[in-house]
Design a protein around this ligand. Structure first.
Ligand code: ADP
Ligand code: MG
Ligand code: ZN
Length: 473
């Protein structure tokens, strides 16, 4: 598709993904599950880069990189190798980062996202393996810090860096790309996106085919969107004022919503890339087909299957498959009740209530949801009460039947409603007169009175039918 791009905004992303589900770090046996541990406790001589230690490559991290490559519709290099990227920083024990150079394990892929203007194909230039340095915390803001402390627990974490072509044109597209990527990675079960620092993006932005600026290390997708919007505005403003932009690396300050210059951009030469003499070239060609055969169903494929198999709308299928756990919950519920009704309950109600409370899907039990849908289906409770049960389960726990009893949610019977309809008509002669004079609203008023008498525990359609019957219609 040819993109209308009058503003000539170009955005390319470099996304660092922590393979935190690989169990052990990239070159040693230390755990990747360090988030709840005390600083500087998940360490060994290897990931601290003490002299005399040698790396042993974690096979899982290679397998995960291949899985990611296949999911990005990319080529997997048969032969790949590691390089030393040299620079000084206090959180980098080795004085170099182990990374890849001209033979990345993954190249030439793409994923399709929802663009401003229909489907947008975002090309993936490459994805390579590398290790994470430790983590620094600065006292105060980064540019005026009076001191820093280092936690090496993160040092040696396996990472995959995914580099796109500059195919995105708006901050929103960049955010959608990241959302989609995160969803794919979670489906692959290579990382847990909820862990701190699991996914970080550098956003490269240029306008009017001018100089590109890189905004580094932005941790939330929302911040990426804000940082890019700020950068587009700043660059356009510079153009308007005839100011020259320099190719540089900037930092996004979340609190102030601005980007600030960190350093003038270094080139590959500055890093003195050398082959890592501790690590031999890696031949992975033989494993690719076996890994391909074991690939899980990915979001797009699942979405299409849901529409075809369950006859649900594409919007529901999209919402349900954005997170694998939701998709699984839906499928479990759909084995017990009508899939279309299951889709609307899980996608519209359950998902909304969970998001509102910032709770994970694991808080919901498929049997409970199916039970609520059944109760509504056989008119034992109103739809509104069904929502009340979902909310109560999430807030206070409990089972649907218990909540129905405790809150007295069982709907009143038709006998009660017939009496209530008679009463409503007797008590509101002017509304009856209005109705007979052809004012439709008066009917709703009478039905409302019946619902009031039932304290909301009546089926509105039945109430309406009974009012009409009592009016002699
Ligand atoms: P480097 O190797 O110096 O980081 P690359 O050319 O490999 O630079 O590109 C890094 C990132 O910058 C990629 O994500 C790419 O899409 C993006 N990029 C390249 N050119 C531009 C541009 N003109 N505008 C915006 N992003 C760009
Ligand atoms: Mg870069
Ligand atoms: Zn270690």
């Amino acid at each position: 598709m040819v993109y209308e791009n009058p503003d000539q905004v170009m955005i390319g992303l470099e996304v660092h993904v922590q393979l935190n589900k690989a169990n052990t770090k990239m070159f040693c046996g230390c755990t990747t599950n360090y988030t709840d541990e005390e600083a500087n406790t998940c360490l060994c001589a290897g990931c601290l880069a003490l002299p005399g230690t040698t790396p042993v490559l974690n096979e899982k991290s290679v397998e995960y990189a291949i899985k990611i490559g296949l999911a990005l519709n990319a080529e997997i290099s048969d032969e790949t190798d590691f390089y030393m990227k040299n620079y000084f920083y206090p959180d980098l024990g080795n004085g170099y980062q182990v990374t890849q150079f001209d033979k990345p394990i993954v190249k030439n892929g793409h994923i399709v996202i929802e663009g401003e203007d229909g489907e947008l194909n975002v090309r993936i230039r490459r994805a390579h393996m590398e290790d994470d340095p430790g983590k620094m915390a600065h006292f105060g803001s980064i540019e005026k810090s009076t001191g820093s402390i280092i936690d090496f627990n993160r040092s040696g974490m396996p990472l995959v860096e995914i580099v796109t072509e500059p195919d995105m044109r708006t901050a929103k597209e960049a955010r959608r790309f990241l959302d989609k990527l995160r969803s794919i990675l979670e489906y692959l079960d290579v990382f847990d996106g909820s862990r701190e620092g699991a996914m970080k993006a550098d956003a490269n932005v240029s306008v009017y085919l001018g100089t590109r600026v890189e905004v580094k290390n932005i941790s939330s997708h929302k911040s990426v969107e804000k940082a890019i919007n700020y950068e587009i505005m700043r660059q356009k403003d510079a153009h308007r004022k005839g100011k020259k932009l320099v190719q540089e690396t900037r930092h996004y300050d979340e609190g102030r919503n601005v980007t600030i210059s960190l350093r003038v951009k270094e080139t590959a030469d500055d890093y003195r890339y050398f082959p890592d003499f501790d690590l031999v070239p890696l031949y992975v060609g033989g494993r690719v087909e076996e890994i391909r055969a074991a690939m899980p169903e990915l979001p797009d494929a699942k979405r299409e299957r849901f529409v075809a198999q369950y006859g649900i709308s594409d919007a529901h299928a999209k919402s349900l498959t954005s997170e694998k756990a939701f998709a699984d919950l839906f499928e479990k519920v759909a084995t017990k009740v009508d899939p279309k009704i299951a889709a609307s309950w899980v996608a519209d109600i359950v998902k909304g209530e969970l998001n509102y409370r910032d709770l994970p899907v694991t808080k919901c039990d498929a049997d409970d949801i199916a039970c609520i849908i059944d109760l509504v289906g056989c008119k034992k409770i109103s739809e509104e009460s069904g929502v009340t049960i979902v909310r109560t389960m999430l807030d206070d726990g409990g089972k649907p039947d218990q909540i129905v009893a405790a809150k007295g949610l069982l709907m009143v019977g038709d006998d009660f409603l017939a009496t209530a309809a008679k009463e409503a008509i007797a008590e509101n002669p002017s509304a009856v007169a209005d109705y007979r004079a052809g004012i439709e609203k008066a009917l709703n008023f009478l039905v409302g009175k019946v619902m009031q008498k039932s304290k909301g525990k009546a089926d509105a359609r039945t109430a309406r039918e009974l009012v009409l019957k009592e009016l002699g219609e």
